[in-house]
Write a protein that binds this ligand. Structure first.
Ligand SMILES: Cc1cc2nc3c(=O)[nH]c(=O)nc-3n(C[C@H](O)[C@H](O)[C@H](O)COP(=O)(O)O)c2cc1C
Length: 193
């Protein structure tokens, strides 16, 4: 059987975003795992309108063609790592808008988080956990929080590997995500499903 596949969802779409710096680091660590595959899901590649569908996705898939494409991408994945920029103590509007276009594709799959910002994106990650529960996602406790001090350090030439606690928390997050991904993938394909 092929390896379960995890989508790394890039929630910031703005010009000059810091997301790419964090993304490259987490992709490097994720790539060390032999038991999972990883793909980028960059919301820049899914230029959705502000949600304006007539019927909510819990009842009917969104009709918009970009939303259908995003839906197919998310459906094919077994779990998610959300790369969470914090805007006004919340996930980005782009990410919330994308989530509003989805529903069944995400259900019964695990999600972990890499937050970044003033307090490591912690407030945005907490909000996102609550949002995802409504879509029947299993949001995990283990997450990575990259603070502004570390982001500035990296911009000034340090490596993420200079911050051992970040690397340790990333490995712990990936380990927990792997466990849940395997358990839930088997359960979704199991008897009665
Ligand atoms: C509209 C906006 C609101 C922001 N609000 C917060 C905030 O509430 N807390 C925080 O820690 N950082 C906040 N920031 C700073 C972001 O954490 C920082 O700009 C980060 O680089 C955003 O990620 P991105 O560059 O990938 O978009 C905000 C930035 C923007 C653009």
């Amino acid at each position: 059987m092929s390896k379960p596949k995890i989508g790394i969802i890039i929630g910031s779409t703005r010009k000059g975003r810091l997301a790419d710096t964090v993304l490259e680091w987490i992709e490097g660590l994720a790539g060390e795992r032999a038991d999972l595959g990883f793909v980028r899901v960059d919301l820049r590649d899914y230029p959705l309108p502000l949600y304006d569908e007539g019927i909510a996705p819990i009842y009917q898939p969104a009709a918009n063609a970009v939303a259908s494409r995003l839906s197919a991408t998310m459906e094919a994945l077994d779990g998610y790592i959300f790369l969470v920029a914090e805007y006004n103590h919340a996930p980005t509007g782009a990410l919330k808008n994308a989530i509003d276009h989805l529903f069944p594709e995400l259900g019964r799959k695990p999600a972990s988080f890499v937050g970044y910002g003033g307090v490591g994106g912690a407030r945005a990650v907490e909000q996102l956990r609550l949002i995802l529960i409504e879509l029947r996602v299993a949001p995990l406790r283990d997450a990575v929080h990259v603070g502004l001090a570390e982001l500035k350090g990296v911009q000034d030439g340090k490596g993420f590997s200079d911050y051992e606690y970040l690397t340790a928390s990333a490995h712990a997050m990936l380990e927990e995500l792997a466990w849940w991904t395997h358990v839930l993938s088997d359960a979704r394909r199991g008897p009665g499903q």
